[in-house]
Write a protein that binds this ligand. Structure first.
Ligand code: SF4
Length: 218
C-alpha cells in the first residue's frame, strides 16, 4: 500500500466553510470527512462535501480542453484553446466594442481568489461587465444584512427559542445548523418550516407551513 495521509482543510462547496479531513492515498483523494476539531461543524458535513470526492475522481471529468467540430468534440492542447478563445474575444471587441465581452465568476473553489482574478481579467480586456454568483445572490444578502443589522449576523440556533426556516433544508445543505438546532431543541427551542415541499427540515419541525403553487393561465 502506498503513502496515506490525512490533510485538514476547509470545504468551499458553499459559504459555510466546514472543516474537513481529506484522506490522500498515493496522491489521490480517496475520502472527505468532517473535522471533529473544527468549532463550526464539529465533525459534520453535508452530502455535497462528502461526495466531492466522487466528482473529483470521475473518469468522465473534463480535464483537457475539447473543441466542437463537425465530427464531434476533439481534444486540443490548452495553449491552442487559449489562443483560439483570445482571438475570438478580440474579434468580438473589435466589431462591437470592448464592453461586448463580459466576465463571469462562478461559485467554486477559491471564491475571493476567483473574484480577484476575474476582476483583473476584466480590467485587462477593458470591459466593466463583470458578473458572478455574488451579483446574482450574495451581494443583495450582504447589503440587506448590513443595512438592517450593521453586520453579517449568524443565527444562534443553540440558544434560540424559535427558529424559522424559509425555503431552506439545512440537513442537506448546512448540516451544522441542524446540529446546533438539535442542541437548541433539547433546551426547548421550537422550529417552523415554510417550504413548498416536506423536506428533512420539515420532518423535525414543530410546524410545517406548505406554500401552495397556483398556476394561473390568462
Ligand atoms: S455545508 Fe456542505 S457544502 Fe457547505 S461547506 Fe459544509 S460540507 Fe461543504
Amino acid at each position: 500500500m502506498g503513502e496515506k495521509k490525512i490533510c485538514k482543510s476547509i470545504c468551499r462547496m458553499c459559504g459555510s466553510g466546514c472543516g474537513i479531513e481529506v484522506t490522500v492515498e498515493d496522491n489521490k483523494v480517496v475520502r472527505i470527512s468532517g473535522d471533529k476539531d473544527n468549532h463550526i461543524n464539529r465533525g459534520r458535513i453535508c452530502i455535497k462535501g462528502s461526495s466531492a470526492v466522487t466528482w473529483l475522481n470521475l473518469p468522465e471529468r473534463l480535464t483537457k480542453p475539447l473543441k466542437k467540430t463537425a465530427d464531434g468534440f476533439v481534444e486540443i492542447p490548452l495553449e491552442q484553446a487559449m489562443d483560439e478563445i483570445a482571438e475570438k474575444m478580440l474579434e468580438l471587441q473589435k466589431k462591437y466594442g470592448k464592453q461586448a465581452v463580459a466576465g463571469w465568476k462562478g461559485e467554486g473553489t477559491g471564491f475571493d481568489q476567483n473574484e480577484g482574478l476575474m476582476r483583473r481579467f476584466n480590467t485587462a480586456i477593458g470591459s466593466p461587465n463583470y458578473f458572478s454568483n455574488n451579483t446574482q445572490c450574495n451581494a443583495g444578502r450582504f447589503i440587506a444584512f448590513h443595512l438592517n443589522y450593521g453586520c453579517w449576523p449568524q443565527a444562534d440556533f443553540r440558544n434560540t427559542n424559535l427558529a424559522i426556516f424559509w425555503g431552506t433544508n439545512s440537513p442537506a445543505a448546512h448540516s451544522y445548523w441542524t446540529q446546533d438546532l438539535n442542541e437548541g431543541r433539547e433546551k426547548g427551542a421550537k422550529s417552523i418550516v415554510v417550504d413548498v415541499k416536506y423536506n428533512e427540515q420539515a420532518r423535525i419541525a414543530d410546524l410545517f407551513v406548505v406554500i401552495r403553487l397556483v398556476l394561473m393561465q390568462y
